[in-house]
Design a protein around this ligand. Structure first.
Ligand code: ATP
Ligand code: MN
Length: 462
């Protein structure tokens, strides 16, 4: 008999028909007359209740049905009398695929902490919480492709292995095939990369932006959506060593177009999740954060505040609030500052623009004042920075001067500078950290809980 996914089973048209379901047992309870099994197959947060009439089954047959066991059941789908469920299955046949020993199955009990489940990352997707989170993650990924596809953007694949660390976005993970126990050296004693795989030092990318700009100045508007790697030794609840980033890059967009796109994009993603992952979001709202749905809806209804870094710093200085990190013009804002502006001062998302050039990357368009660049960071409640972007410097001479001021090795940058030598255009782009978006949509507070297999300092197991 053909299997029906549990997500599809709560369909009134199926009532009164025989169905087949397969999945993992959440609980079994009952007495010697009747036994109830809650089954989940990952397709939805909902379990299907299976009723075993014990005049038709033996205790021996049901004994392997413990939490975590995998089974296949056929039976009659009927309307349910039980509260909170619309349908249940009156079992006719039972097949046990695999047992789960009650003594050793780590998820035997309910109510484990998120910390405990992080240690069991290989199994945690079987819990309600992580099932919900990773379904939402998948739906958001789809929403992102949908959004850009509808807007005529092309999906560009930028390299994961790169030669350049131009961004300075973070420390890089080196990629090499050299024998680390016996490194070839040149006459000065430095590592000789001539014999390395690429003949030069290479590393995992920290951002696809620079290559994205090559795409935008050819295809008009592109986006990347891929993993990025930063060897930042910061053990924060908002940083991963391997995370996914979405980086749209648009020719002929100025900073205002860029901000408009960022706001429309992020609202689209949140609305899409509310529309397509309602059950999972409701579950997380009820279990973890009663304000979650209100917060998501509030963001959809409000225009984001747009103000300059300088104005933002003024507000922080006048706030009279004691921050752990000092605030002054020129300081890189910390998430406590960002969250003060968003959560306490404006009570809605904020786009901060025109940052001091010293704290931003070399490629950002320089303002007339000679001090600031046309950067834009989108700041969110609970999160802080969720998007970082800018209008790009399209003027060859200005860009070159900045590269020289910062001592960025020119030999690495010739291909990038060619976009400004041949048919340069005004253009803009930004990067959204995918996991930070998922943090916001799920209400989770630790970034390790929104990626299936988090990579952080000292943690790369499964
Ligand atoms: P932060 O100041 O929070 O470290 P950043 O300024 O280094 O961020 P960008 O280089 O602008 O960030 O990267 C673009 C986006 O990628 C950020 O807005 C954020 O959403 C996300 N991001 C950056 N670093 C990480 C990380 N280590 N783990 C997860 N997401 C990240
Ligand atoms: Mn960073």
């Amino acid at each position: 008999m053909k299997r029906t996914r549990i997500a599809d089973i709560f369909n009134p048209a199926l009532i009164g028909t025989d169905v087949c379901v397969k999945g993992w047992v959440r609980t079994r309870r009952g007495n010697k007359h009747v036994q109830f099994v809650a089954l989940n197959d990952g397709s939805t947060i909902k379990n299907i209740q299976i009723v075993f009439d014990m005049s038709a089954f033996t205790d021996e047959q049901l004994k392997p049905i413990t939490t975590g066991a995998s089974i296949c059941v056929t039976g009659l789908l009927v309307e349910s009398m039980g509260k909170g469920q619309t349908a249940e299955i009156q079992a006719k046949t039972l097949e046990i695929y695999g047992t789960a020993d009650t003594e050793t199955y780590p998820l035997q009990k309910k109510g484990h902490t998120l910390e405990f489940l992080r240690e069991k990352a290989h199994l945690r997707m079987r819990t309600n919480t992580f099932g919900a989170i990773f379904r939402i993650r998948s739906i958001l990924a789809y929403a992102i492709h949908n959004f850009f596809n509808q807007k005529g953007f092309y999906y560009l694949h930028t390299p994961l292995i790169t030669e350049s660390d131009c961004e300075g976005a973070g420390a890089m993970f080196q990629v090499t095939t050299l024998n680390l126990a016996n490194l070839p050296k040149d006459e000065n004693g430095a590592v000789d990369y001539a014999g390395d795989f690429f003949g030069k030092p290479t590393a995992l990318t920290v951002s696809g932006q620079l290559e994205g700009e090559l795409g935008a100045t050819a295809l008009g508007q592109i986006y990347t959506f891929g993993p990025t790697f930063r060897a930042e030794n910061s053990n924060t609840p908002r940083h991963l060593a391997e995370f996914w980033m979405i980086e749209p890059e648009m020719a002929f967009y100025d900073i205002t177009d860029n901000m408009d796109l960022a706001e429309e994009f992020i609202k689209y993603c949140i609305r899409y999740a509310l529309d397509h992952a309602a059950d999972d979001i409701q579950f997380l709202n009820d279990m973890y954060d009663k304000e979650l749905i209100n917060r998501l809806k509030a963001v959809l209804e409000q225009d984001f505040v747009r103000l300059s870094y300088t104005e933002g710093v003024d507000i922080l200085l006048k706030s009279g609030k004691k921050f752990e990190y000092p605030v002054y013009w020129g300081a890189d804002l910390q998430s406590e500052h960002e969250r003060y502006l968003v959560e306490e001062h404006f009570k809605r998302p904020v786009i901060l623009t025109d940052y001091p050039k010293e704290i931003k990357a070399f490629y950002m368009k320089q303002n007339e004042d000679g001090k600031t660049v046309r950067a834009m960071d989108v700041l969110f409640p609970q999160i802080g920075e969720i998007i970082g972007g800018s209008e790009r410097e399209e003027n060859y001479d200005k860009l070159l001067t900045r590269i020289q001021e910062l001592n960025i090795p020119m030999k690495d940058m010739w291909w990038y500078l060619d976009t400004r030598r041949f048919g340069t255009v005004p253009h803009s782009g930004f990067g959204l950290g995918f996991e930070r978006l998922i943090l916001f949509v799920t209400g989770m507070t630790n970034i390790r809980d929104v990626i299936p297999f988090p990579r952080t300092p000292n943690n790369a197991e499964f």
